[in-house]
Design a protein around this ligand. Structure first.
Ligand code: GLU
Length: 397
């Protein structure tokens, strides 16, 4: 242990991954655990995509692919950006990586120097924070709360920008809140970025198609900041392909080039078979996207209604993604007679133990006082999970 690098010592373990591991272990030990921790569609990858992967194996897609991804896949991504997001990228502006997470760290390592500040909007997805630390950057957190729908104001952003700011990370629909910024709110944020030369915006849009209200707006579609935006996306959520690990960016060519250079030393091009499957996903189409979205909407309504019936819990109805972030602060500082529950992380662990329901404490999302529930699970299990949570919370006095 003493010989571990300072870099590793300074990093936290991913809270989502840690909770997923814990609940898998308990399940394999025979315990009855309902997993609402890891955020991933509970659906299978659509058949037309699976067929394309089988075909790729039989067609011997077994050699190193280009570092940035197959040309036809990058061209398909350019078409997707144009048709769905109104953004024009050429293939040299696109890099395919091992999931959105890999795409994001590539960008951070490419443009953040040690000591640079990176503005992160809380509550934020857990890995943004530690990925900035890995690069030696300094995360600057903008606080929000349930009262303002977990959204920042342009003035808040303006006052956080200093001459050390290099990057702002934006994510709508949001993981973990499910909140969606409106076009005018996004434009106001874009205007702030525009005023500060040398400040870039990474827009994580992986939940764009899991949207229940409003419209998805890509930050790079505001022409005046196009050359300062990195758009991150993935096939994981839209096509139920989390395990295939395919994410991608569209970015100014010099940033894409830097990511290609970095990836050329780290991973080379990512899995050839998964890339062929991603190409089929983007180019083909069936109604699975819409069916999954409809199921998530139904489950959102169900879980929000049930959670609101629990005494002391406050919920904001999310407009997208498949997470809800209830305020559970009412239950902190309470005890079950033997154990005191002090923090949201503590409550998540206590619920795992007492109720057999895996959630993730809000602390690692910059949201102490909240827990994150992923409702990408069957209606029956959601009903049972909330019943168990309610029953367990009644013990805390
Ligand atoms: N985005 C998912 C989540 O937040 C995946 C887990 C992860 O990579 O952290 O649960």
């Amino acid at each position: 242990m003493e010989y571990l690098s300072d870099r590793i010592k300074a990093m936290a373990t991913s809270a989502t991954m840690a909770m997923a591991r814990k609940s898998r272990e308990l399940k394999s030990g025979g315990q009855d655990i309902i997993s609402l921790s890891l955020g991933e569609p509970d659906f299978n990858t659509p058949a037309y995509i699976r067929e394309a992967a089988k075909e790729a194996i039989d067609s011997n897609y077994s050699k190193y692919p280009p570092v940035s991804g197959y040309v036809d896949l990058r061209d398909a991504i350019c078409r997707k950006f144009k048709e769905e997001n109104g953004i024009i990228y050429t293939r040299n502006q696109v890099v395919v990586s091992g999931g959105g997470k890999h795409a994001i760290i590539n960008v951070i390592l490419s443009i953040v120097n040690p000591g640079d500040e990176v503005i992160i909007l809380a509550p934020y997805w857990v890995s943004y924070y530690d990925q900035v630390l890995i690069a030696g950057g300094r995360p600057v957190i903008l606080e929000t709360s349930i009262e303002n729908d977990f959204k920042i104001s342009p003035a808040q952003l303006e006052s956080a920008i200093t001459e050390k700011t290099r990057l702002v990370i934006f994510n709508s629909p949001s993981n973990p809140t499910g909140m969606v910024y409106s076009r005018s709110e996004q434009e106001a944020i874009a205007r702030v970025i525009h005023r500060h030369e040398g400040v870039f915006l990474m827009s994580d849009e992986v939940y764009e198609h899991i949207l229940f209200e409003g419209e998805h707006v890509s930050m790079a579609s505001f022409d005046f900041i196009y050359d300062r935006v990195i758009t991150v996306n993935a096939v994981s959520k839209t096509y139920a392909m989390t395990g295939w690990r395919i994410g991608y960016i569209g970015a100014p060519e010099w940033i894409a080039g830097a990511c290609d250079k970095l990836q050329g030393q780290f991973t080379s091009g990512v899995s050839s078979i998964a890339q062929r499957a991603a190409l089929a996903a983007l180019d083909g189409k069936d109604d699975s996207r819409e069916l999954m979205r409809d199921a998530f909407l139904r489950r959102r309504n169900l879980i929000c209604r049930l959670l609101a019936e629990i005494k002391g819990i406050r919920v904001r109805i999310p407009q997208g993604a498949f997470y809800v972030l209830p305020d559970i602060s009412h239950y902190l500082g309470r005890s079950d007679g033997t154990q005191l529950v002090r923090t949201a992380d503590g409550l998540a662990l206590w619920l795992l133990d007492r109720a057999g329901v895996a959630t993730v404490g809000g602390d690692a999302f910059g949201a102490p006082g909240y827990i994150r529930i992923s409702y990408a699970n069957s209606d029956d299990l959601l009903v049972e999970a909330v019943r168990r949570i309610k029953e367990a919370l009644e013990i805390l006095k």
